[in-house]
Design a protein around this ligand. Structure first.
Ligand code: KG4
Ligand code: ZN
Length: 337
């Protein structure tokens, strides 16, 4: 079974072919980072135009690298939300047009279900598939939340951020530090050489036993502390990044541990762009060893946005018998059903 996945929810134009619900035959990503970098963040209209200019080439390359003709596909899956409306429309309309022309099934995929699916792909660096039920921590640029996952399409929200997402905090702090966009990767790199105890930043843990998150206070604390720092203290940047990252990681790990305890579960999946963070991965591995739970984190390239995860989530939907009508539209605020 060969499914083409198309992902255009934000600033990556991506297409992939996944075989039999596990094997990645191709996984192509055209990043728009350089286009948006000069604006310090994603400009939605620019992103739409960029997707429009590259998506057909990206799909062609994904088919070519998979050595698959469009006619050999068994279906098409495209992200239909959540995300930026213009960018989403480009990918979904292409997916529907291809499916119509090929007389193949098409499904709209929830981007978040895609992130949950990533760990189930058979890929170098990916763990063995996690069992159900498990706890999933989703940490991306738009979401930070804990779920109880009972099955492929059965999730229960346990707690989520009351303000910023973890990835958003990384990006905003990077901007404050003048490290450019996107900030997560740069902070990750600088933090590796810094002292995480050099600066004391707050850990927001609203109400004990509560599984919600809050990162806006941390961002403000970083801005305030930065304003009081003497100019040109270059060496302090690495310490600053390490201390900020430690504050985020600390809260994520503590809440994930609480969720496992509360749900009586022993398996934790961590997904979304921030799951690529080395500090978070190390802290989670240490917590898993200490508490005796099993940890499942996708390979870093499958944590950040990609179309292989969309192709897999689409495969699941097609196997369930789901089919999108050709009037299916995008939903920028699509919740997890
Ligand atoms: O899942 P994702 O690629 O897109 C969304 O669905 O939002 O996540 C993007 C977010 C960005 O905020 C980015 O800064 C962050 O993930 N990110 C990281 C790292 N790589 C990406 N944050 C911390 N450390 C990283 N290595
Ligand atoms: Zn994402």
């Amino acid at each position: 079974m060969l499914i083409l996945g198309i992902e255009t929810s934000c600033d990556e134009t991506a297409a992939a072919v996944v075989e039999d619900g596990k094997v990645i035959r191709s996984n192509v990503i055209a990043s728009q980072v350089l286009v948006h970098a000069e604006y310090g963040g994603v400009v939605p209209e620019v992103a739409s135009r960029q997707h429009l200019a590259t998506v057909v080439k990206v799909v062609r390359r994904a088919l070519g690298e998979a050595s698959v003709t469009a006619e050999a596909l068994d279906g098409v899956a495209a992200t239909c939300g959540p995300g930026l409306v213009g960018p989403l429309l480009v990918g979904l309309e292409l997916g529907k047009a291809m499916a119509y022309a090929l007389a193949k099934p098409v499904v709209g995929v929830n981007h978040l279900v895609g992130h949950f699916a990533a760990v189930f792909l058979e890929a170098p660096g990916n763990p063995s598939p996690p069992p159900y039920p498990h706890v999933a921590l989703l940490v991306s640029g738009g979401h930070t939340a804990l779920f109880r996952v009972e099955g492929r399409a059965r999730t229960m929200l346990l707690g989520s951020t009351r303000d910023d997402a973890a990835g958003e905090a990384f990006d905003k702090v990077a901007k404050l530090l003048g490290l450019g966009y996107p900030g997560g990767v740069v902070i990750d790199q600088l933090a590796a050489a810094g002292n995480p105890t050099a600066f004391v930043f707050p850990r927001a843990l609203p109400a004990r036993g509560d599984l919600d998150f809050s990162f806006s206070g941390l961002k403000t604390a970083v801005a305030t502390r930065l304003a009081g720092l003497p100019r040109g203290k270059g060496g302090a940047i690495a310490d600053f990044c390490a201390s900020f990252q430690a504050a985020v990681v600390d809260v994520l790990v503590r809440k994930a541990r609480s969720a496992l305890r509360r749900e009586g579960l022993r398996d934790l999946v961590v997904c979304g762009g921030v799951a690529a963070n080395r500090g978070l991965r190390q802290a989670l591995a240490a917590a898993a060893a200490e508490d005796g739970f099993a940890l499942y984190v996708p390979a870093p390239a499958l944590c950040t946005d990609n179309a292989a995860m969309i192709a897999l989530a689409g495969t699941w939907a097609i196997l369930r018998g789901e089919r999108a009508a050709l009037d299916l539209s995008v939903d920028p605020g699509l919740p997890l059903a």
